[in-house]
Design a binder for this molecule. Sequence first.
Ligand SMILES: [Zn+2]
Length: 287
Amino acid sequence: MFFMNLTILSIIFSPITWVAFIWGACIGSFLNVCILRIPEKTFWKSARSACPSCGAGIPFYLNIPILSWFFLRGKTACCQQKLSLMYPVVELLTAVLFVMIYWKYPFFVQKSALWEVDYPNLLRALHGIIFVSILVICSFIDFKLMIIPDVISLPMIALTPLIAWLHPDLDMLTALVGAVAGGGILYAIAWAYWLIRKEVGMGMGDVKLLAGIGGWLGYQSIIPTVFYGSILGAGLGIAFMAVKRTLTLKSAIPFGPFLAIGAIIHLMMGSYLQELLLYLPGSGIDH
Ligand SMILES: [Zn+2]
């Protein structure tokens, strides 16, 4: 896989890995604020952290990413209300994603005795962390409220030309075709579903999210993203129906989180998986 050519232990114990982890956990803490406040439209209200139940200020020592939730045993210190498991999950997830992005695009490289910055990898890593941060926000809002706010998806699409201009591996045409094709494919599916069933099967939020993903990763990412996302979504949906027998095929499952997981899988190990899936022994004519 992408980090197999490097000595795994030396990477795991590298201080930069831990810097990436801690930094990811802190950004994850900020993403929690976004997930909570963007749908409520209270994002700009107050810069200070406040208790979601009673509004009391949270002292800094109870605001440590991941750890605080466990210290407090999932309850707020001020009013003993339940503190959502979402907080440490988002922080841990973001931390792990940031570490994976650093492993994939190490931008500090040691040349003899000197450390140098690999600028193309620095750009790839910055693109990666902003991309996964947007997807984490969209996924958790969609999971909780079944919506993907336009204030996130539309700017994401609008930034496509800038991303194509800055990213070392993405050209303008690939990105723009990606945005149009990503939105277009899901829009066509949603429209076909409406023609057949006369009901809304897929939200426009998913359409805009895949347009953003296609723009940020290029058109080549669209089919793998939908493929991985659908397999995971269908698998989880079937498992869910098996456990809770009341659910039917028409039960609403947000598709946004699965598109996000599909896109992240493609970004992290797309080339490895495509090689694995397309060149399975015995499946190709040249084997
Ligand atoms: Zn409180």
